[in-house]
Write a protein that binds this ligand. Structure first.
Ligand code: URA
Length: 234
């Protein structure tokens, strides 16, 4: 990889700025001051330093966010704050994107990465990656709903959903439930409840595949996935 691309990818500024670093003799490769930005380097085999500090090359970034309500699951938006706007520049410069969408008013687990292959695999309908949601529902959720969801329900556009695993935590005028589904149709959880005559008034995603929302993350906070977590979703 070209030296300027490597340093730019790792957050040392634009290629122009990287050129300035080289002019200042701030960059060395295997201890020798680098003079040419177009030089090809292998970050696994060669030691690149900037002002004496070793540059550890990382191509991909994997972040778990506890998405707050009011923020859009997109990379940019004309009117609203996006989940990418919540990232520190040291993470944002990897140009990550959210894997799938949560509605603006939905909270909870959101994976943000720049690994397109992994994102594609997690979202592929063929992989049936389970997603678990917690919801508060206006209306009494009853045993019959569990059976209906088990068989799949018919959404407003006529689509017959795959089975959902519904667990009632609390049944009352306002019910609390958990729902596991393996699809990601637009507004799916809300529309599944509409199909049985009830309205979701609060929705939070708890997990995606093997990844559970870290309960130490406050709304709007995020952290990098651990190596084990990344391995578990490959
Ligand atoms: N289902 C919904 O209705 N909304 C979400 O944000 C996620 C799943």
């Amino acid at each position: 990889m070209r030296l300027d691309k490597l340093l730019s990818n790792m957050g040392y500024g634009s290629r122009k700025e990287v050129k300035k670093l080289l002019k200042m003799k701030a960059v060395s490769i295997d201890g020798v001051v680098a003079k040419d930005v177009s030089l090809h380097v292998d970050p696994d085999k060669q030691s690149v330093t900037v002002l004496g500090e070793r540059v550890i090359y990382q191509e991909y970034i994997y972040l778990m966010m506890n998405k707050p309500a009011g923020v859009i699951s997109a990379t940019e938006d004309l009117y609203d704050q996006t989940v990418i706007d919540l990232l520190d520049p040291v993470h944002a410069h990897f140009n990550p994107f959210p894997v799938g969408r949560l509605d603006k008013d939905t909270e909870g687990f959101l994976l943000i990465t720049n690994d397109g292959v992994l994102a594609h695999n997690l979202l592929s309908p063929k992989k049936h990656v389970p997603k678990v949601y917690y919801a508060r529902v206006d209306g009494r959720v009853v045993i019959e709903d569990i059976e209906q969801f088990r068989q799949g329900v018919i959404l407003d556009d006529g689509y017959h959903t795959k089975p959902g695993k519904l667990t009632i935590i609390n049944s009352g005028e306002i019910s609390e439930i958990e729902l596991e589904i393996s699809e990601g149709k637009f507004h799916q959880v809300k529309r599944m409840f509409e199909a049985v005559g009830k309205k979701v008034i609060y929705l939070k995603r708890l997990s995606m595949g093997n990844l559970l929302l870290d309960d130490r993350l406050k709304l709007g906070e995020y952290r990098e996935l651990t190596a084990e977590e990344i391995e578990s979703i490959r």
